[in-house]
Design a protein around this ligand. Structure first.
Ligand code: ATP
Length: 279
């Protein structure tokens, strides 16, 4: 079945962008290929994420993340790697605004999100697609309705939902499971629904935590191709993974390697935060 699906779709599912441009759609819906929303303070090549000397501490313990200074360029593709417990999920939570840092500066879409009033955060979160490590599907909704959720939140009309949602479910090989509730799906199937939900709105930033952890190598390749296609349409992609086979599959991807809460260079040496020019 996978082969049949593969034959039908060569790039990112074509109806998704169309639905997002439908009448009444808000926010991300207004974007075309590689374009940013009107009024964005970012220019086409500016960083979409900037961390300066960021630290994160849970409770009163030692810092889980320390001295993180890096930027992600708009339209970039990044793999986040590192041993278990290095802090990958914690870093992704800072990126998708589930946590605020204990210290340092984070700019997202050109704005300081550390001091941003809480009321503005949901609007920012809608610009980010997230594949959670534990999926977080809505249990009482079908696979179809879980995938449709971001489009409904963006104001896409019901009449415009069917094509993009069905196409996306077919892409992830779940056309025949559209009406299934999450509890009746396997772990790998739930993961694919979670991925379809995260990408269908063509977010400006996609953050995926071990998105291929529960699928076989063929499906992992296919899902990575989906991220790759989305990235080519302008979405900045950050994928945390232990799967070293994935890393070579996107040639242009850059690596971020975490080790004990700090960024390391590819040789494993810890990278110290750059000196500010005025320091
Ligand atoms: N809510 C929390 N409260 C306290 N400590 C936490 C919390 N979440 C994570 N940690 C700790 O932070 C450290 C980093 O965890 P994190 O999940 O970010 O690592 P990871 O690199 O994603 O690991 P894995 O690859 O196993 O998923 C771990 O020592 C973990 O115990």
């Amino acid at each position: 079945m996978l082969r049949a699906v593969r034959a039908r779709v060569g790039g990112f599912p074509r109806h998704s962008g169309r639905a997002l441009r439908a009448r009444g759609a808000r926010g991300i819906a207004a974007r075309g290929q590689g374009q940013r929303r009107a009024g964005s303070v970012l220019n086409a090549s500016g960083p979409i994420v900037q961390f300066e000397n960021v630290g994160l501490r849970y409770g009163t313990g030692a810092e889980t993340l320390s001295d993180l200074s890096f930027s992600l360029k708009q339209g970039g593709f990044y793999f986040l790697t590192g041993p278990s417990g290095a802090g990958k999920t914690s870093l992704l939570k800072l990126l998708y605004l589930a946590l605020r840092p204990s210290r340092g500066l984070i700019r997202l879409f050109g704005e300081d999100i550390v001091t941003m009033p809480r009321g503005r955060l949901p609007g920012f979160r809608r610009r980010i697609g997230v594949v959670f490590q534990e999926f977080r599907l809505v249990p009482h909704l079908s696979a179809y309705d879980n995938v449709a959720l971001p489009l409904r939140v963006s104001g896409v009309a019901e009449a415009d939902l069917h094509h993009p949602v069905s196409e996306m479910l077919a892409w992830v090989g779940l056309a025949d499971r559209a009406s299934a509730r999450p509890a009746t799906l396997s772990g790998g199937e739930q993961q694919r629904v979670a991925i379809a939900r995260a990408v269908i709105g063509r977010p400006e930033l996609l953050v995926a935590d071990e998105p291929t952890g529960n699928v076989d190598p063929d499906m992992a390749k296919r899902l990575l191709h989906l991220f790759d296609s989305l990235n080519k349409l302008g979405t900045t992609v950050v994928v945390a993974t232990h799967d070293l086979h994935l890393l070579s599959r996107v040639q242009r991807a850059e690596m971020l390697r975490l080790d004990r809460g700090q960024l390391a260079d590819p040789t494993g040496a810890l990278r110290h935060p750059p000196q500010r020019p005025d320091a």
